[in-house]
Every structure is written in C-alpha cells, then in structure tokens.
Design a protein around this ligand. Structure first.
Ligand code: SME
Length: 163
C-alpha cells in the first residue's frame, strides 16, 4: 500500500470507517511495533489533518513509571509525562478515554503547543494494564466527540495487538 485513500466529502464517522480497513491492510504482514504504530499515526493525521497525533509509552524510570514520547506527527512535543499529570497522565491513571473540548479549562493540562485547543487521549490497554496512550490534538476548540472516541478506541485495539 502506498497511500491512504479517503473521500474528503465523507462525514467524520464514514472517514473512520474507510480508514480502519486501510490501517489493517497497512500493518498486515509487518510485525515491527514502531513501524506499524508510526504508519497508523501517519494514516490518522493524513485522513483528518489533525494538529498533532502521537503515542506515549509507559516506561520504567527507576522504581516508578512514566509516559515517554513515541512516534508522532506534528510539532515537537514534551518527552516525559508523569502519572496523573496532564490529559495523558490522567487518561493513564483513570484507564479511560478523556475528551477535552477546551484545553484551557482542563486543570493541569500540559501545553506542548499554545496552538492546541482541544484534545482526546485514548489509553492502550493490554491485559488490563495501560501500556501507552494515543494523544490527538486539534487547533480548534471542541473538535473531538463521541465519534472520535468510538473509532480511536477501535484503532487503539489494533495498536494494542502489537504491544
Ligand atoms: N497536552 C498533553 C501533553 C501532550 S501534547 O499535547 C502532545 C497533556 O496535557 O497531557
């Protein structure tokens, strides 16, 4: 596969429906984790032109754990986030997707870029443990809703299969 083909006249849910089988085709036959996650992230960004799409992995730091930046598309970002901090650290701690319509109203939001206005973070769960979080940022307020949550949670399951 050489490119993602999405009709830009489709609605958001339809775009995700068109994207998911293409993501499956993209990762089929490749077992390398970073290669597959990198392509999944690029495919999401290419489809929706989101401001920032990326993954943070839960990694050990001494006796503790923290989130460490992994493959992403978009402007440079913060590299390490502690549990419970920001939207990413909260999603990790609470083991659930967090939709933030206005980042300025989220207590403790970590502003990697002042251009980011809304955000969705989806935990990647393997054997009941959060092993990573998928973070998507938009430069528009209230850009994410239940449709993004539904489909990004499906996409994250494809990522979880490699972790
Ligand atoms: N805003 C996130 C930090 C990561 S960046 O948006 C890429 C947060 O509050 O966790």
């Amino acid at each position: 596969m050489e490119s993602i083909l999405i009709n830009h006249e489709l609605g958001k849910g339809e775009k995700y429906e068109a994207l998911i089988p293409q993501i499956q085709a993209l990762v089929e036959g490749e077992t390398d984790v970073i290669a597959n996650i990198s392509n999944i992230i690029a495919a999401i960004r290419e489809t929706f032109s989101f401001f920032w799409v990326g993954i943070y992995f839960v990694k050990a730091k001494g006796s503790e754990e923290e989130l460490v930046l992994g493959p992403f598309q978009g402007p440079v970002a913060c590299t390490r986030i502690r549990k419970g901090k920001g939207v990413c650290g909260s999603s990790w701690e609470q083991k659930k997707t967090i939709v933030v319509p206005d980042v300025e109203l989220f207590p403790g939001h970590i502003a990697c870029s002042s251009l980011s206005k809304s955000e969705i973070v989806v935990p990647v769960i393997v054997k009941d443990n959060v092993v990573a979080v998928l973070d998507v940022d938009s430069e528009f307020v209230a850009h994410f809703d239940e449709t993004d949550k539904l489909y990004l949670e499906k996409i994250v399951k494809l990522i979880a299969a490699y972790l």
